[in-house]
Design a protein around this ligand. Sequence first.
Ligand SMILES: [Cu+2]
Length: 251
Amino acid sequence: MMRQILGLPVLASEHGQQVDNLIIYVHWLMIVLFVGWIAYFAYALFRFHRSRNPKADYVGVKNHASNYIEGAVVIVEAVLLIGVAVPLWAKSVDKFPQESESTVVQVVAQQFNWNLRYPGKDGTFGKQDMHLVSSANVFGVDPADEKGKDDVSVANEMHVVVNKPVIAFISSKDVIHSFKLIAMRVTQDAIPGMRIPIWFKPTKEGRYQINCAQLCGNSHSAMSGGALIVESQEAFDKWVASKAGATTTFE
Ligand SMILES: [Cu+2]
């Protein structure tokens, strides 16, 4: 019910359900606090109206009801933080799956596109060097390395395998962008000079939007043209084979 009320977007990743649950729990708590505060406000208007209290009372409240209520709110908040949020972060953000059992992809954001690079059929990325990075070679690929011959570089089209973890290394060529997959409940800033790994496990085949979640320039919104395609292992292998050696770049 709460999912519909909040209008939560399509969900297609394994840990996403727990992210949504946390959002829902926080909203329930906020509803309770909102109703409680409004009720107290209405009570105070009535109870402490000037006509009932012509002379101010300097002693104030003597019972401890408000302390108990505040204590209860603190306990609920602590349970949400220590019992739900921290374990979810530890399990879904800090702990990574094995690269050998995952789809590994490098992501380099730029104004205003997403560059993606896969290791190709041999499962190994070719050599890369920061010094080789240019506007035509955003990944700094060393063209001499044989291992890189079957690597796949594409733009705005990220293919991943359903029910298999995805490890993505997020970086940027120019300014700070943010790699956001709403359906996967994943967001990571893309920062020049940094290479930040994230992971998620897609659970539903389909085509989803990639968004940039940092205002990165005049065509920032065009970065939503990026697509995440979740497909079967066969379809993915076929796609990688068809793109072997591909290099799509922008000037
Ligand atoms: Cu951007």
